[in-house]
Design a protein around this ligand. Structure first.
Ligand code: SF4
Ligand code: SF4
Length: 433
């Protein structure tokens, strides 16, 4: 295996300044008549629902529980439960049941979650993170408490504020505005893992956020703010760990004594454990070359993409909407889907139709793959349904970073083909089992 041969080779345009030209926008809650919560989690496991039609809820009322890993969801508005209705779930691309809550526009708050002091036991901190339903807000959506449950031999908590995809600036804005919360949340995570050190990683040239973080971390000698190169995909966990620790791991960073959390997740830990507030709103970047007034906007969880986009001027052209950044996201079919806590960006790009030509065998996709894969060989094995070769070529190590499509001179959608190859191999492997 030749992981990381190519790390740092590619600098791609960031277009970050577009959404930073305007101040953070806070959406008027009166514009949000309903919020929607998908009731199906990963692997199609239905959620346990605690409310029924007609029930009154407040901001922060526990409304449902993802049974796998026990992750609660909280209402983001006060009002009345109206119904359960089918609607597009943008994560799976399929319709699923959604809990619908009608906003009464009073924003009445539920009593706060149980607050936890920093000198509480590791177990109490992990339990509080679990009770607050905190998940990876960098897009992973993985329950944070699971990473910390009964861990041993962790030396460093790595807070990832790199945000390497073009256009996205939510982490930059939240670190600039809430640096003290990032550091506070990181200290709780450090305590939960029994780690001796925290490193907050941020890309060079993000001066404002970097300075704010350094100032907030200054009183704590065991917290370091580390600037990392402006390369794609520096925010990918493996790339970041290789850059900082010069180490690789097999499945999880904890194998080398590190736990990684996104900076916005650290803020959510602070909000829950110090202020008693679960995740009921988040900052979303709305940007792209088809948006005239790009910005970051604070919205309640469960808001429809359509309602968010109504706040922006979009070019009168054929446009593609991506839920996330342009390198790793797929186009949405329409704008009727609800945003969950892990959706941090809506990117609108002018539609460009590429006409792919035959592969030139130039090797560019292989040369740029940060996972050290050979995409073109994988595609040949995929076309030939050669499962043994797909396994040998370590197809499942692909992280959908999008670089192979980006660099391909033949305009072949290599990343899409990689996704299909992974699906094919997974189905084959599960049938074999
Ligand atoms: S998307 Fe392409 S470049 Fe990125 S990890 Fe997968 S194969 Fe490699
Ligand atoms: S980058 Fe494109 S043209 Fe070059 S080898 Fe890969 S798939 Fe073929």
């Amino acid at each position: 295996m030749k992981l990381f041969q190519t790390v740092g080779r590619r600098k791609i345009p960031g277009y970050k300044s577009m959404s930073l030209e305007r101040e953070l926008v806070v959406l008027d809650p009166k514009k949000v008549e309903y919020v929607y919560f998908p009731l199906v989690a990963a692997n199609n496991v239905p959620l346990e629902v605690f409310v029924k039609e007609g029930d009154k809820v407040k901001v922060g009322t526990k409304i449902a529980l993802k049974q796998q890993f026990s992750v609660p969801l909280f209402s983001s508005v006060s009002g009345t439960v109206r119904a359960i209705e089918k609607r597009l779930d943008v994560t799976t691309g399929r319709p699923c049941d959604h809990l619908v809550i009608k906003n009464d526009f009073k924003m009445t708050k539920e009593k706060p979650l149980k607050k936890v002091e920093l000198d509480a036991s590791k177990e109490d901190i992990v339990a509080a993170i679990k009770e607050a339903g905190i998940v990876g807000l960098g897009g992973a959506n993985f329950p944070t408490w699971v990473k910390y449950n009964n861990v041993k031999d962790i030396h460093t908590i790595l807070i990832n504020a790199v945000e390497c995809e073009p256009y996205l600036t939510t982490d930059y804005v939240s670190c600039s505005l809430n640096a003290a919360k990032v550091i506070s949340g990181a200290r709780y995570l450090q305590k939960a893992a029994g780690a001796s050190k925290v490193i907050v990683a941020i890309k060079v040239k993000k001066e404002q956020a970097c300075n704010c973080l350094k100032e907030a971390a200054a009183p704590y000698p065991d917290i370091e703010v580390r600037e990392v190169p402006d390369r794609y995909p520096m925010g990918w966990e493996r790339t970041l760990i290789q850059t900082i620790f010069k180490k690789q791991y097999d499945k999880l960073p904890s194998e080398i004594g590190v736990i990684v959390n996104n900076s916005t997740t650290a803020i959510a830990v602070h909000d829950a454990l110090v202020e008693g507030s679960p995740i009921v709103s988040r900052i979303v970047t709305v940007s792209g070359n088809a948006v005239k007034n790009a910005a970051n906007i604070v919205v309640p969880v469960g808001i429809l993409a359509e309602t968010v986009l109504n706040e922006f001027e979009v070019e009168e052209k054929e446009v593609v909407l991506l839920v996330g950044g342009p390198m790793t996201s797929n186009p949405a079919k329409d704008v009727s889907f609800a945003l969950t806590a892990c959706h941090g960006a809506l990117t609108l790009l002018e539609k460009v139709v590429y006409r792919p030509v035959a592969c030139l065998r130039c090797g560019s996709c292989t040369a740029h793959c940060p996972a050290g894969l050979q995409p073109i060989e994988i595609l040949r094995a995929f076309e030939g349904r050669d499962y043994e070769r797909l396994e040998k070529l370590e197809t499942l190590r692909c992280v959908d970073c999008g670089l192979c499509s980006y660099v391909c001179p033949s305009k072949i959608e290599v990343t899409d083909m990689m996704k299909k190859a992974k699906t094919l191999l997974r189905v084959h492997q599960s049938r074999k089992k």
